[in-house]
Design a protein around this ligand. Structure first.
Ligand code: ADE
Length: 230
């Protein structure tokens, strides 16, 4: 079973168009779509925005629906200069930029007995890179930082870039990475850029959410074709 997770309805809907939905299960104030795609069993859901919602949904996908991989698709704010609206990025690792225990001498993003960065699965990232190469699609790789804030401020964005060496910002990856590390499940994070996370980002986000969600969804489906799992 492969888990496919998004944060928002707009991110999930274009993926649902490609798969054959067999059953929709209501659980924990959410809908889980059980589906088939090229002989593969999928569980798909959108969690609602943010770290708690995405962590909850990822956990349910793994513990209740037996997902043995979690693939995330959605949009993000660009941090790296060379990322433009509509460009795709995969995470090498994810982190949580809003964790702050620095008063106790810990580095930003660190929780005792846990860690700052959660690695994404190398095998899945290799598949993404080979699909991008085959289809001649530009695909960037980098650290993606998450927090329960929509970033629309250059100063804050620059702080996240400097502190975590991040290439993109969103609101779920660090939380889902944490869940997948805790439960030992391979994790893949794909995002298409919707805004620059600077002043005016809210307007761009509203304008490009649907378009960029489709870019990410389409690429994820191409990748699914290359994943060998029942
Ligand atoms: N997701 C897309 N754009 C974002 C931004 N600027 N901040 C946080 N999450 C986002």
């Amino acid at each position: 079973m492969i888990g496919i997770l998004c944060a928002m309805r707009e991110e999930l809907e274009p993926i649902l168009e490609y798969v054959e939905v067999k059953e929709v299960i209501d659980y924990g104030r959410n809908k889980y779509y059980l589906a088939r795609f090229q002989n593969k069993d999928l569980v798909l859901a959108y969690s609602k925005i943010g770290k708690v919602n995405s962590a909850t949904t990822a956990t349910i996908m793994i513990e209740k629906f037996n997902a043995r991989k979690v693939l995330f698709s959605g949009v993000a704010g660009a941090v790296d200069e060379d990322l433009k609206i509509g460009d795709l990025i995969i995470a090498t690792k994810t982190c949580q930029h809003d964790i702050d225990l620095t008063v106790f001498g810990y580095e930003p993003g660190f929780v005792p007995e846990s860690k700052v960065y959660f690695d994404c699965d190398k095998g899945l990232n290799d598949i993404a890179k080979s699909v991008a190469k085959k289809l001649d699609i530009k695909l960037k790789e980098g650290i993606i930082a998450s927090g329960d804030q929509f970033i629309h401020n250059k100063e804050k964005k620059e702080w996240i870039k400097k502190t975590f060496n991040a290439s993109a910002i969103e609101m779920e990856g660090g939380a889902v990475g944490n869940v997948c590390w805790t439960l030992d499940v391979p994790f893949f994070m794909l995002r298409a850029i919707s805004d620059t996370a600077e002043e005016g980002a809210g307007v761009d986000f509203d304008k490009f959410l649907e378009e960029s969600s489709k870019v990410s969804a389409k690429f994820l489906v191409e990748m699914l074709k290359e994943i060998n799992e029942k």
